[in-house]
Design a protein around this ligand. Structure first.
Ligand code: BGC
Length: 417
């Protein structure tokens, strides 16, 4: 009797736990860095969908494009033993969090929703730790874009460039007409973004892979890298004195307002044009950056999920499930400027730049031109990225020669390996 009574208490307690705990409404604290107009509109969709299912979204937004600040904050919360339920973390870093043993296994959601059939294998592999799903991919961003204001080009009598020589010619004309050729955000991650576009555009795909994926010292300290660095530094004379420290979305606003001719930036910049009510190929032109039409530098946003109290498990898994649902993939990516990571989504609702990105994503995945972004944490471990970014930013903001910077790149990477 006594034994049975005990068992009953356990059973009732389990039922209570299941209803009020693991299965019921809960809260998800979500760390992200989506704070610009377009980004905020995009992430609001996820919040709404989660709330429609009765859960609570606790917003943990850490401002700072590229996410470096967000990663610092995440580490300190994790060290304090109090990580959020979900955090925007990308690429190889997911493995580092996996090593810590702090992530929620999402295999049950993945199996129920057939994630392995819904996303490309190359993406699924990034999201798994030791074969288990620990992260959910959100989207695919392309980095190698140049956002242009056609009015500025028209006033200057310039043409939208497809080569670096044409680019310089256009810059000279825009400058002579009294406008700023290039809207520049002087922050290390933004400088690294432009740098990697030039590594692809001047060095080509194989060179990009050797230099920024394999971090091969021979490629980093090479005549090709010297040429890349010179092209990169050439742009500086076509930027304005307000560039240092400028946020990326403020640089985008300069193009939107017609103060500047163009900006090199990933397609989250398109989210800003969309939020401002601008129409592609009318109010602005989304051009692939010079020399990179056969390349797709990819950047995939994803969320890792940390182990949470049982009462919040259902909410956390609901968030994971919702991210790959067609409705979210469509509305979020339209606002964000990216393309769906879920395969087989209809192209109809997407604009011309997104359709071009979809086509190029699929083509470059067959030709080898699909290459991971170094600046956006997809290519190398954080220590190597940091080493490359320090040299690139120091080179851009000092009188260091391209030859010395190339040598420093190789040395810095060797030390970081
Ligand atoms: C992220 C984007 C974000 C951008 C600017 C990138 O690293 O992948 O989602 O919009 O940084 O903050």
């Amino acid at each position: 009797m006594k034994f049975l009574k005990g068992a009953l208490i356990v059973l009732v307690a389990c039922m209570f736990f299941f209803c009020e705990g693991a299965g019921g409404p809960g809260e998800v604290e979500v760390l992200h860095w989506w704070t610009s107009g377009g980004e905020a509109a995009a992430v609001a969709v996820l919040k709404e969908m989660l709330e429609e299912e009765g859960h609570t979204w606790k917003d943990f937004a850490v401002a700072g494009g590229g996410g470096d600040q967000a990663m610092t904050v995440l580490k300190s919360r994790a060290v304090a033993g109090n990580p959020p339920a979900a955090a925007q973390v990308k690429g190889p870093q997911i493995q580092l969090w996996g090593d810590e043993g702090v992530l929620t296994n999402l295999d049950d959601v993945a199996q129920a929703e057939k994630w392995d059939e819904l996303v490309p294998k190359v993406v699924a592999d990034i999201m798994k730790y030791q074969g288990h799903w620990v992260a959910v991919p959100v989207n695919v961003h392309r980095i190698n874009w140049m956002w242009c204001n056609p009015e500025v080009f028209k006033k200057a009598g310039a043409k939208i460039p497809t080569t670096w020589a044409e680019f310089e010619d256009a810059c000279k004309k825009i400058q002579a007409a009294g406008m700023i050729p290039v809207a520049w955000g002087g922050q290390p991650w933004q400088e690294a973004t432009v740098f990697e576009i030039i590594v692809a555009g001047v060095g080509g795909t194989d060179f990009y892979k050797k230099a920024l994926v394999d971090a091969d010292p021979a490629a980093l300290n090479s005549p090709t890298m010297v040429e890349v660095l010179k092209t990169f530094k050439m742009i500086k004379q076509y930027t304005d004195p307000g560039a240092p420290g400028r946020d990326w979305n403020l640089a985008t606003a300069m193009v939107i307002k017609g103060e500047a001719g163009m900006q090199f930036m990933g397609d989250w910049a398109k989210g800003e044009f969309t939020a401002a009510g601008k129409v592609p190929n009318t109010d602005y032109v989304a051009a692939v950056a010079p020399g990179t039409s056969k390349q797709f530098i990819f950047n995939i946003d994803s969320f890792i999920m940390f182990k949470v109290q049982a009462k919040n498990e259902a909410a956390q898994k609901a968030m994971a499930r919702l991210i790959l649902q067609p409705k979210f993939q469509e509305v979020f990516n339209i606002n964000k400027g990216s393309i769906p990571v879920r395969m087989g989504m209809p192209e109809g609702p997407f604009d011309a730049p997104a359709r071009l990105a979809m086509k190029d994503f699929s083509e470059t995945s067959k030709t080898g031109g699909l290459i991971p972004s170094m600046a956006h944490e997809m290519a190398v471990m954080p220590a190597i990225r940091g080493a490359i970014m320090d040299v690139v930013t120091n080179f851009y903001n000092s009188d260091l020669s391209a030859e010395d910077a190339a040598a420093q790149l190789a040395d810095a990477v060797k030390a970081a390996k």
